[in-house]
Every structure is written in structure tokens, then in C-alpha cells.
Ligand binder design. Structure first.
Ligand SMILES: [Zn+2]
Length: 355
């Protein structure tokens, strides 16, 4: 009797084990067979996305130039460069003319000019394009401005917001990465002289004041017809102020209503808050990036905004990398300093929280 019970128990155990193994086998087949053949090609298509890195004001002047002479041009992007190389597209604001000639505009407090070879450092660190719509690109006159365009072309950097005539300045650029067409347009709401505006046959830049509303809305709508994702750069805001003004908020939102997916702002020289409007980010000010030292400590802080976006313009991820600008060179913050800056940023943010 005892032996019979033992045999029965063993038989039951074998049956249980066998049925479990059988079940596992069927289950595995179900997992491996169906997705590989039918679902995967589609999911690869769905996974199409690009990561865009954006930074603020870049100059190669004054003490920045001295540090380049001392340590070599590559020194400037030793810290952020490796991070930029991980991105598909890198954008920034070229807050300077690039030339060996020209004379500074009269009665202007600050006038910037940088050596052409400095652009090579941007190119070598994965920069794709720069905005030239700002209050410094014509600091050394039209000749130096035209040199700036020529040198950007020579070093294979694209540019938006300015050009040899208004048509070129307004039309922006298209960058295709990972099967996604990314458009880039640039405007400025800080224009020192009316002569700086581009004309039908006149080199110059493109404005983003309220008076230009119709023009920038049309440019954005036109561009959005030719691209999947549209980044708009705007030079605006009050210098050294962390307050987001109503005018900038109105313009930023208007640009998104017209079809922009990401707004990258700069000019205040300090980082300002972030707003998510209709699911799209407005970085009101990315702050300085490659810049001279300021007595105001907030001017020596920066952020790089990394945005991952899909073909439909949906924002997949936002990653903010704060940094310090020391001796002209931006370097990502770490530890307690980073935590405290993110706290400061979150206090300024409209409706977005950086973790
Ligand atoms: Zn500026």
C-alpha cells in the first residue's frame, strides 16, 4: 500500500513537471514567433526619434580669446563636447561676428568679433547649426557680417535668422536625421539699428518684435509644411533678469500655435524658466554658454537643453544639463551644486519640473 502511494505520488509529480514544461514551451513559442515576424518592422518605424541639444550665447572675444590662445581652441568644449557628440543635432546662438576685418559699430557698448578658426571647434564637437539673429552679429559692419556667413559655410555649419538678403535670412534650414526632417528658424527681438534688418537686396537679420508677428507666423507655418519637427530660436528678454515677461510669453506661445515644436530663447545672459505649452517646451533663456566672466554669478551659469522628439513632433524626453562657465569654458555641474541650481531653476519654471 505504502509502495503504491509512493508510485502514485511520483506519477503525479512527473505529470505536473511535464505539463509545466509543456506550458512553458508553448508560451515561449508564442512570444518569439508572433512579434518578430509581424510587429517588429512596425515598431522600428515607430521608434524613429532625434535628440536635439540646444545652448545659448557663444562668443570668442576678450578673455575667451585669451584662454583659447593659452589652452588651444579645443579647450572651450572639452567638457560639453563629449555630451554633444551623443546628440543627433546641436544648436546654439552665435552672438558675434566672425571676421578678420571691419570696424566696430559706433556708440555701441559691447562689440564682438571672433577668429574664423574658432568655428572649427564648434564643428568638431558636433554643432549642426547656429542662430545669427541677435544684437552682435553685425557689430563689425556688413563686410564682417558677410565674412561670418562665408566662414560658417567654409566650416560646414548651417545658420538661420540672417543672410545675404531677406529671402535667405527668413527661409531657415532643414536638417534630416534618423528619417526625421528638423526645421530650424531664428529671429531676434533685440536689434540695435534698423539698418541691421535684411532687405530684398540687403544682407541682415530677421526681427521678432510684435510688429513682425505676421511675418514670423507665416515663416513658421511655411516651414512646418516642409518638416516634421520645427525648432525656433529667439533672441529676446531682459538682460540679467530671471523674470519671464508677458511679451516673450505671448510670442513664444504664438510661435507654437503657428507650428513650432521647440522654442530656444537667449539674450538675458542668465538662465530663465521653462514652460510647457500645448505639450511643447519654451526655454525662455538658456543663458550664456561660451562667454566671458561676469561679476553677477548667475551670468556664469548655463544650461544645455536636450530634447528627444519623434517624427510627429511629440516630446519624448527633456534632459537639462546645468553648468558653470569658468575661464570661458562651460563645464557640467555635479553633486550639491547641481542640486541647488536645479532647485533655483524649478523656482523659475512656469509649469515644468526638472528632476
Ligand atoms: Zn544678445
Amino acid at each position: 500500500m505504502k509502495r503504491l502511494l509512493t508510485v502514485l505520488c511520483l506519477l503525479t509529480l512527473i505529470l505536473v513537471v511535464a505539463s509545466c514544461a509543456g506550458f512553458a514551451e508553448v508560451d515561449e513559442n508564442q512570444i518569439t514567433e508572433i512579434p518578430e515576424e509581424e510587429i517588429e518592422p512596425q515598431s522600428i518605424e515607430e521608434r524613429k526619434e532625434v535628440t536635439i541639444s540646444m545652448v545659448g550665447d557663444i562668443i570668442f572675444y576678450g578673455s575667451v580669446e585669451s584662454y583659447m590662445k593659452k589652452y588651444g581652441d579645443h579647450y572651450l568644449l572639452e567638457s560639453y563636447g563629449p555630451l554633444m557628440k551623443k546628440s543627433d543635432i546641436v544648436l546654439g546662438n552665435l552672438e558675434t561676428s566672425i571676421s578678420k576685418r571691419g570696424v566696430p559699430v559706433e556708440d555701441k557698448q559691447y562689440t564682438f568679433r571672433g577668429k574664423p578658426e574658432a568655428l572649427k571647434t564648434l564643428k568638431n564637437n558636433n554643432f549642426t547649426a547656429v542662430s545669427i539673429a541677435n544684437n552682435h552679429v553685425l557689430d563689425y559692419g556688413v563686410e564682417a557680417f558677410l565674412d561670418t556667413l562665408n566662414y560658417l559655410e567654409k566650416y560646414e555649419l548651417l545658420y538661420a535668422g540672417g543672410g545675404r538678403n531677406k529671402e535667405e535670412a527668413l527661409k531657415g534650414i532643414l536638417i534630416e536625421k534618423n528619417g526625421i526632417k528638423v526645421g530650424f528658424l531664428a529671429f531676434t527681438k533685440v536689434v540695435p539699428l534698423v539698418e541691421w534688418y535684411a532687405g530684398k537686396n540687403k544682407p541682415g537679420i530677421i526681427g521678432a518684435y510684435m510688429v513682425h508677428e505676421k511675418e514670423f507666423v507665416k515663416a513658421i507655418k511655411d516651414m512646418k509644411q516642409n518638416c516634421d519637427v520645427l525648432v525656433v530660436s529667439v533672441h529676446w528678454g531682459k538682460e540679467s533678469s530671471t523674470v519671464i515677461r508677458e511679451e516673450e510669453q505671448y510670442i513664444g506661445r504664438r510661435m507654437i500655435d503657428a507650428g513650432a515644436d521647440i522654442i530656444m530663447g537667449h539674450h538675458p545672459h542668465v538662465v530663465q524658466g521653462i514652460e510647457i505649452y500645448k505639450g511643447k517646451p519654451i526655454f525662455y533663456s538658456l543663458g550664456n554658454f561660451i562667454f566671458t566672466k561676469s561679476r553677477n554669478d548667475l551670468n556664469n551659469k548655463t544650461i544645455m537643453a536636450n530634447v528627444t522628439v519623434d517624427k510627429e513632433g511629440n516630446i519624448i524626453d527633456i534632459n537639462i544639463i546645468p553648468g558653470n562657465i569658468i575661464n570661458g569654458k562651460p563645464t557640467p555641474m555635479e553633486g550639491a551644486e547641481k542640486d541647488s541650481f536645479i532647485k533655483h531653476l524649478n523656482k523659475m519654471n512656469v509649469n515644468y519640473v526638472v528632476n
